[in-house]
Design a protein around this ligand. Structure first.
Ligand code: GRF
Length: 221
């Protein structure tokens, strides 16, 4: 439900929606001075859709299988969002590659979370790849979305240790705890006007963000 006067978020999901839940919680607690205007899924089966509806949030399914091209699907997303207040778009486990039709419409107002220490491991199976490479740490990155897949400038990054005996699932669970902290945090920076995209660079409080993003620590705020 959109609250008059409050910034509006649109959240795009494809699955369970645990990051979406982190935003629901952050809006409810006041950590985020925003309300979630709409949750969209490209899949009618996404469990997160019911989760959002149970929280009283408007939901919509734009099924990508009903469109002939990525561009037509993206235009349908843009058309759907036109009915809502959208200050910031949050991709939260949204498993479709977006085209310029969507990305240019929301340029600078479009964030994604990727479960790796970008620029390492864009794409899928990030935790398995980190384990196979023998890395000592893994993590997660919030970044602006640009045309390059998982290649937009990083905003905020959190690291976790890789522990002997880790499996992709155990590592994913450790990383996920960090995801739910840093994604609402990065969104709050944007809503406060502290975070912006300029060209291929991201700025926080007018300072250029390093290539890996701001490194999250317990005292980051
Ligand atoms: C998360 O690991 C996120 O980093 C990635 O997709 C997953 C979504 O999980 N982009 P959830 O649906 O938010 O639980």
């Amino acid at each position: 439900m959109t609250t008059p006067g409050k910034a509006g978020l649109a959240i795009l999901i494809s699955g369970r929606g645990s990051n979406m839940q982190a935003f629901i919680d952050a809006c409810a607690s006041g950590q985020l001075d925003a309300s979630i205007s709409i949750v969209i899924s490209n899949s009618p089966e996404a469990p997160g859709l019911q989760r959002a509806a149970d929280a009283g949030i408007a939901t919509c399914c734009v099924d990508h299988r009903e469109y002939d091209s990525r561009e037509a699907f993206d235009q349908a997303l843009v058309d759907c969002l036109a009915d809502y207040r959208v200050d910031l778009v949050i991709l939260a486990g949204f498993m479709r590659i977006l085209t310029p039709v969507f990305i240019t419409t929301f340029c600078g107002r479009l964030l994604n979370i990727h479960p790796s220490l970008l620029p390492l491991y864009p794409g899928l199976h990030t935790h398995r790849r980190a384990l196979e490479a023998g890395d000592e740490e893994a993590g997660v990155t919030v970044h602006f979305v640009t045309q390059e897949l998982d290649g937009g400038p990083p905003v905020l990054q959190a690291r976790v240790p890789i522990i002997p005996g880790d499996t992709p699932d155990s590592l994913a669970a450790r990383v996920m705890l960090r995801e739910h902290i840093i994604y609402p945090m990065a969104a709050s920076w944007h809503l406060q006007g502290r975070l912006r995209l300029e060209g291929k660079s991201a700025y926080l409080d007018e300072a250029l963000i390093p290539a890996n993003g701001v490194q999250y620590r317990a005292d980051t705020s």
